[in-house]
Design a protein around this ligand. Structure first.
Ligand code: ZN
Length: 178
């Protein structure tokens, strides 16, 4: 079911981090996700917006789609979503539609984060479906991957185009340490 176990949360988050690293190597914003039911990893994937020319191709959405195909059901009851970064409003809504039981994420996301940071979509029982949330799993590592990615991209491009993003990531880091 959806037992909360720190060791397995970290183990699954490491797999999500591997996905995030793959995304980063492909020039995609490094976010990775996986969906499990019991001990079974139903799907794992990473952000592929650039590759697929698809603004909805966030790691979480791709993982929900794959899991739905595997289970032959759009209801994904008793599943746990692991994602390296706090999900955006689209992904939170998709998880609620899929009846995901629990969400585990690593880093906060100040620009789009829809659990705590920018919006609080799961607060006040706005949705009929309640999803449990566990935040901050391997948080430092999840932040570090983003930080390195944005810094490298900024250096490569030699422009300030991504300056905002990387300064945001720095501010997350400061927040996470305090
Ligand atoms: Zn998203």
């Amino acid at each position: 079911m959806t037992m909360i176990d720190k060791d397995s949360d970290e183990r699954y988050m490491r797999m999500a981090l591997e996905e995030a690293e793959q995304a980063g190597r492909r020039g995609e914003v490094p976010v990775g996700a996986l969906l499990i039911r019991g001990e079974r990893v139903l799907a794992r994937d990473h952000n592929r917006c650039i590759e697929l020319n698809d603004p909805t191709a966030h790691a979480e959405v791709l993982v929900l789609r794959k899991a739905g195909e595997i289970l032959r059901n759009y209801r994904l009851n008793d599943t746990v979503m692991y994602v390296t970064v706090e999900p955006c409003p689209m992904c939170i809504s998709a998880m609620v539609h899929g009846r995901v039981s629990r969400l585990v994420f690593g880093a906060p996301e100040p620009k789009f984060g829809a659990v705590d940071s920018k919006f609080q979509l799961l607060k006040d029982n706005g949705f009929n479906h309640q999803m449990k949330v566990h935040r901050g799993v391997l948080e430092k590592k999840c932040i570090e991957i983003l930080k390195v990615f944005f810094e490298e991209r900024r250096l490569k491009q030699g422009s300030s185009e991504f300056g905002v993003a990387s300064s945001e990531i720095r501010s997350i880091k400061v927040k996470a340490q305090s």
